[in-house]
Design a protein around this ligand. Structure first.
Ligand code: KIV
Length: 297
């Protein structure tokens, strides 16, 4: 069970930054995506340490092919819905494509909106060296920032698809250097996505802040999964790192099928599922209805 369930208070960003499970400093961090008040409420009730309002919302909620068309307004909209659940978990909002790459000033403005309008406690952005200036400027503006390296979905075209990264020594060394630079620049935690477990372990050992893996093996300081993947709500083939903890889709389809059947059979709604008035009211309405001349009659 998550540490904060018992304590019943939100972890602070410095506490998260110190949670280095791989070095025996606390339990592994648990993070799950959330996109609305229902997903936030349920994940929070389960005791997740962090909720990520991921730009994966573009794919799993809005049905798009990738995350590139997600806007800051979209992210603020979904962050507001998540924080409306008033979760104990720390809420991290994703910075969408082009909201931080153009200039550090834009990055501060957009990240600030996720905190001030969206109610998030921190933001996450993808990439290493090219984003260092933005990463440095955000904590300086009191905006905690989480990094994200490896398979970074906003770089889908550069990577030639959603492909596992850092399989060769050269690329793994570049990733290690990016992780070191991001840590120096002030990220409080680092998501590692779609990289070999051995490389994730080397990164985790090399930096002082926690790594949170997705498709990065068991040696990270925490794990994150996408809500729809974990619950069996995604369609099509899942990547091998996804563990489906439930298969919710057939339960939902069966319930809605029964609803449709009951309407068609006249079995819904029942007497008890309806509001009622006394016979006297019905009689009065009928009498006055009969007295009222109908237009054209
Ligand atoms: O957008 C997202 O859901 C993410 C996770 C996959 C880490 O960035």
């Amino acid at each position: 069970m998550s540490a904060h369930v018992g304590l019943c208070r939100r972890l602070t960003i410095p506490e998260i930054a110190a949670r280095k499970a791989s070095a025996g400093k606390g339990a592994p961090l648990t993070m799950i995506t959330a996109y609305d008040v229902v997903s936030a409420r349920l994940a929070d009730r389960a005791g997740a340490d962090l909720l990520l309002v991921g730009d994966s919302v573009g794919m799993v909620v809005l049905g798009r092919e990738n995350t590139l068309s997600v806007t800051v307004n979209d992210m603020v909209h979904h962050a507001r819905a998540v924080t409306a659940a008033n979760p104990q978990a720390v809420v991290v909002g994703d910075m969408p494509f082009l909201s931080y790459q153009t200039s550090p000033v834009e990055a501060i403005r957009n990240a600030g909106r996720l905190l001030s309008e969206g109610g998030c406690q921190a933001v996450k952005l993808e990439g290493g060296r090219p984003c260092l200036e933005a990463v440095e400027r955000l904590p300086a503006a009191d905006i905690p920032v989480m990094g994200h390296l490896g398979l970074t979905p906003q770089a889908v075209h550069r990577m030639g698809g959603f492909r596992v990264q850092a399989r060769q020594a050269e690329a793994a060394l570049a990733l290690l250097e990016d992780a070191r630079l991001l840590t120096e620049a002030g990220v409080f935690a680092l998501v590692l996505e779609g990289i070999p477990a051995e490389i994730a372990q080397l990164v985790t050992e090399a930096i002082a802040i926690p790594t949170i893996g997705i498709g990065a093996g068991p040696f990270c300081d925490g794990q994150v999964l996408v809500w729809h993947d974990l619950l069996g709500l995604s369609e099509g083939l899942s990547p091998k790192f996804v563990r489906r903890y439930a298969d919710i889709s057939p339960i939902i389809v069966a319930a809605i099928t029964q609803y449709i059947h009951d309407i068609r059979a006249g079995a819904f709604p029942s007497h008890d599922e309806s509001y009622h008035v006394g016979e006297d009211v019905v009689a009065e309405v009928r009498r006055r209805q009969a007295e009222t001349p109908r237009p054209g009659a």
